[in-house]
Design a protein around this ligand. Structure first.
Ligand code: ADP
Ligand code: MG
Length: 383
């Protein structure tokens, strides 16, 4: 395997700083900072491919979320290496990443000096493909097969084989999301561009925890300050209703949060985004940004009633008013969702429900017949 897993010993014994990192190509600038490819110089002279994010704002919160998730077994997020303050060029002390909303900087960290410099976050490089970059290619979902199954499936190309891969991608996404939720973390930016399809582990993992909220201690729980991606955000936009008071300081919040969690179902925010991700995997035309925006706009006009949208599209299809490529995508998508007694349609409409309480949790979605009943697993494609 090309990708060498760096020994964990190094991470614990010698702290990594700026001098150990060779910055490479800039991959992009997002809402939370600039991302680079790079290399980590190893003690024995080797070099490990890494990803570096120089965070503008909220870097501390992203460090916190990554530290939290890196302790959860099963590698559900890209593997986090370390983080340090650029201006000081020293690693962040363990646990300094997080800060409760409105609370002063962690006293362990030289009196708020942290605010001055950019924070560098470092992950192991997990490969070139996100679910989005794969969906943008014509041979989706076939281009996912080697990444998820380690090989191409043997069945003839067609809807049955495509569904096997799409279901597996959904299963892996929901597994990662369930792991976040089980640890009190709501991601808030679930979308295909934030799903890395790891070549190191041959699985889908979450990235970009910059907008995530830790509800157990109130970190990053400042919903109104965030610009959420409107293409994937649920109708409510915010995790909790505006009536919900801001969380009190740490000790009280730790006590209260489970109650708020049960009352308001903040995890269902991510579930809507999982639904939009599913809709894009199912309908080829919705992988196009303009089409997705138009779909969302129409859905809003229909008060987020997916069945009304379907009726409308089917009426247009029947009257021959739909352009050929679009008609193909719609017909194939509805057919895929109607297979297995309509299990796909049932799950999708539940995930994209207007009311958060009508959406399944990630664990419930994983147990849905669409994802548990055969056929639908790679093993079914062997013969
Ligand atoms: P942004 O805030 O800019 O959206 P992300 O954390 O989503 O930052 O990273 C931006 C891009 O960098 C991703 O879409 C992906 O292409 C790439 N990337 C991020 N983390 C990794 C990783 N661990 N391995 C490989 N590529 C990554
Ligand atoms: Mg991103």
């Amino acid at each position: 395997d090309y990708y060498i897993k760096a020994p964990m010993k190094r991470k614990e014994s010698t702290a990594i700083d700026k001098n150990d990192i060779i910055l490479g190509k800039r991959l992009g600038t997002g809402g939370f900072g600039t991302v680079f490819k790079g290399e980590l110089k190893e003690e024995k002279g080797g070099r490990t491919p890494i990803i570096i994010k120089k965070a503008k704002e909220f870097g501390e919160a992203e460090v916190w979320m990554n530290e939290r998730m890196s302790r959860v077994p099963g590698s559900h997020c890209a593997e986090f290496v370390t983080a340090f303050d650029e201006s000081l060029n020293v690693p962040l002390p363990e646990g300094a990443g997080g800060r409760a909303a409105g609370a002063p900087a962690a006293p362990t960290w030289s009196g708020g000096v942290l605010d001055s410099g950019a924070i560098w976050l470092v992950w192991y490089y997990e490969g070139d493909s996100t679910l989005m970059s794969l969906m943008e290619k014509r041979d989706f979902p076939y281009n996912l097969e080697p990444l998820l199954f380690g090989r191409e499936l043997r069945a003839p190309r067609g809807p049955v084989r495509e569904l096997v891969t799409i279901k597996e991608a959904m299963r892996q996404l929901l597994t990662a999301v369930a792991a976040c939720h089980a640890n009190g973390i709501v991601h808030r930016d679930i979308k295909p561009a934030n799903c890395i399809v790891s070549t190191r582990d041959k699985k889908l993992k979450l990235i970009d925890l910059g907008a995530a909220a830790d509800l157990r201690i109130g970190i990053n729980y400042v919903p109104n300050e965030y610009l959420l991606d409107p293409r994937y955000a649920p109708p409510q936009q915010y995790i909790m209703s505006t009536q919900t008071p801001r969380p009190p300081p740490k000790p009280v919040a730790a006590f209260l949060s489970p109650v708020l969690w049960a009352m308001e179902r903040p995890d269902r925010f991510d579930m809507y985004s999982c639904g939009v991700t599913m809709v894009q995997m199912i309908f080829a035309h919705l992988r196009n940004d303009n089409n997705l925006i138009a779909f969302n706009k129409r859905l809003q006009e229909l008060r987020w009633d997916l069945s009304s949208w379907r009726k409308e599209e089917e009426a247009k299809l029947a009257s021959g008013a739909t352009k050929a490529a679009l008609a193909d995508s719609l017909a194939a998508g509805f057919e895929a969702l109607d297979a297995d007694g309509g299990a796909g349609w049932d799950l999708l409409t539940k995930l994209m429900s207007y009311k958060p309480s009508d959406r399944p949790s990630a664990a419930e979605a994983l147990a849905h017949p669409w994802l548990t009943s055969a056929p639908g697993r790679a093993a079914d494609m062997q013969r």
